[in-house]
Unconditional design. Structure first.
Lengths: 173, 442
């Protein structure tokens, strides 16, 4: 792009010297309004933030430090048990008659920690963790257990693949 | 079925950080009020529509028969490969690239291509090429394609087509199935070939949804054509001001804007709570109603704002022409929403388009050596995504406000210049705050 054109464009978007003297007082007067609106917006958004912040406590899925028994947890899954310090987020889901029972529909997981997902179902199906592409078969009486390191940030759906049933959503950040 | 946005993709976005949203929202509000007081008092955009003529070699390249033929060949080839893959390929959405090609590469890809290069879709449209081919084959013995297009049809067919497409993409639970993609492509092609057989190529300019969408976006491209056909580099906002909207084009814009609002809405915990544990029928019904409500809400807000603008100025006997005169200012807002909602899908799910392309028919091929690849979800960080999302919405808002301001000073004099803008500005600020609120995740 040529410099001439760039200047011309700037001239349009930003006010040029000739216009400024008349409009400046008007502009200053308007400054009070956006400030008020900004404060209002901050108030509304702050409210939302607080509500969002309360969700993890309402969440019954426990984040616990890796105690001795947790070593068997990770060993049961396909994740390497080489990081005993990493906290484990346990997510338990029960499916009965097409109904999903979880402590929370959306579970917050800290980045680079371990997730242990346990799914008990009364049907034979596949548990699929989207994004991480983890699959595990589940059958009546044989729960699916998936352990993995949550190292991709984002929101990921866990689904009962054939039934197309959403089990839970993992929010990794 | 998965409830993921767009029926595609393994990862959704994290909520935008609150501080970023606050800055974005405040910036939008401040800019809006600056626009009222401090921007130019006389129209400036119309005078700049000509821009700066591009050098002759570039003109020749763009208009060369070879370039045009190549674009048409690429269009038809892509159409054939898409249809072939959807019909003959593996019928599981996870192994077939057809859905990614249609919903991500074509639908989302149209946006950057049209914004940067102009109305490329019109030149590459496989439907136009197929119609040309049919006309040549038939040799026009029955006056094929000569019926005049009824003016009252206007852009309504395109608006209806877009509504169907966004419903398919955002509401229909089996959107990603290769069978759905194949069915859509076949029905869409047949409908438009039939209409073009009656009305000729003129049909596509107003009737074909993708072309109307791409052309609308192309008005915001820095590349434009002068009335004499020469290519010029221009102020994108000057191109935007050349949009001549009627009620049906307003409907097209409202469908686009409403669909991204709905897409944002479906990602909120509020919506998830609403549809949680519902049956498939109820989900379909809720989705359809939600999409219709989002489009209706956008349209109603805009219509009310322009109606009010007409009332406070008292300049026009009927307020409705204002609805048409300001419609172009909604386009950059719709583009901002679109970028905000599709950016990460394009970056992440877009990769599946070339990963799966190596083995489109699930025969164990590895045509491009990409078959073993995985989607790299670390390509763009959540921080970058959040920044792009907020920046897109705020920039779209700014461009919309500037476009509306320029139109207001064109249409009105004295006090009415500012007074006419209050209602529309309020509507735009509402859109922007709503857009950012949806990104924060209610």
């Amino acid at each position: 792009m040529e410099p001439g054109l760039l200047q011309k464009r700037h001239g349009q978007i930003g006010p040029e010297g000739a216009i400024m003297p008349d409009s400046c007082p008007a502009f200053l007067r308007w400054c009070a309004l956006p400030l008020a609106a900004g404060v209002l917006l901050a108030a509304c958004a702050g409210d939302r933030g607080e509500r969002a912040a309360t969700t993890p406590t309402a969440d019954a899925s426990a984040t616990r430090p890796t105690a001795p028994e947790a070593a068997t947890d990770t060993a049961a899954g396909d994740s390497s048990p080489g990081q005993p310090q990493s906290p484990v987020t346990l997510v338990q889901v029960r499916v009965t008659g097409g109904q999903v029972q979880t402590s929370s529909q959306r579970v917050d997981v800290a980045l680079d920690t371990t997730v242990r997902l346990e799914v008990v179902a009364d049907v034979a199906d596949d548990v699929h963790v989207h994004g991480y592409e983890r699959h595990a078969p589940v059958r009546p009486g044989q729960p699916a257990v998936v352990s993995f390191s949550a190292d991709i940030p984002g929101v990921f759906e866990v689904e009962l693949e054939q039934a197309g049933l959403r089990l839970v959503e993992l929010r990794v950040q | 079925m998965t409830v993921l946005a767009h029926g595609l993709g393994g990862r959704s976005d994290l909520p935008v950080p609150l501080w970023l949203a606050l800055y974005g929202g405040a910036a939008a509000v401040v800019v809006s009020f600056v626009a009222l007081g401090a921007l130019w008092p006389t129209p400036r955009l119309a005078a700049r529509a000509g821009g700066k003529v591009l050098p002759t070699p570039l003109q020749r390249l763009a208009d060369a028969r070879t370039t045009r033929a190549a674009l048409r060949a690429v269009g038809v080839a892509a159409w054939a490969v898409l249809l072939g893959t959807a019909v003959l390929g593996d019928q599981s959405a996870a192994n077939n690239p057809a859905a990614t090609w249609l919903y991500v590469w074509l639908w989302v890809g149209l946006v950057p291509v049209s914004l940067l290069l102009g109305p490329v879709w019109r030149a590459a449209s496989p439907l136009r090429t197929l119609t040309t081919g049919i006309e040549r084959l038939v040799g026009d013995p029955h006056g094929l394609g000569t019926a005049p297009l009824p003016p009252r049809l206007s852009y309504w067919p395109a608006a209806a087509g877009l509504a169907v497409f966004v419903w398919l993409e955002l509401v229909y639970p089996h959107a990603a199935r290769p069978f759905t993609v194949a069915l859509f492509v076949v029905v869409y092609t047949l409908v438009h070939l039939a209409a073009a057989a009656r009305f000729g190529q003129a049909w596509y300019r107003r009737g074909e949804s993708f072309e109307v969408y791409a052309t609308l976006l192309a008005h915001l491209s820095p590349l434009g054509r002068r009335p004499d056909g020469r290519l010029a580099l221009r102020n994108p906002l000057a191109g935007l001001a050349t949009i001549e909207a009627d009620a049906s084009l307003v409907a097209v814009i409202c469908v686009l804007l409403g669909s991204t609002v709905f897409d944002g809405l479906t990602r909120t915990t509020l919506w998830e709570g609403l549809i949680a544990r519902q049956g498939a029928g109820a989900l379909l019904l809720a989705g359809t109603a939600g999409l219709a409500a989002a489009v209706g809400l956008v349209a109603a807000t805009y219509a009310a704002a322009t109606w009010l603008a007409g009332r406070v100025t008292g300049a026009s006997t009927s307020a409705w022409p204002l609805t048409r005169r300001f419609a172009h200012s909604l386009v950059p807002i719709a583009v901002g929403y679109t970028v905000a909602h599709y950016f990460s899908l394009f970056v992440f799910q877009g990769q599946a388009g070339y990963i799966l392309a190596s083995d489109p028919l699930a025969r164990g091929w590895d045509l491009f050596g990409t078959a073993g690849w995985q989607i790299d979800y670390r390509l763009v960080s959540p921080q970058t995504i959040a920044l792009v999302q907020v920046a897109a919405i705020v920039l779209g808002h700014v461009a919309g406000v500037v476009a509306a301001h320029d139109r207001a000073v064109t249409l009105f004099a004295g006090r009415d210049q500012n007074r006419s803008q209050y209602p529309l500005l309020a509507a735009m600020v509402a859109y922007t705050i709503a857009g950012i609120a949806l990104l924060v995740g209610v």
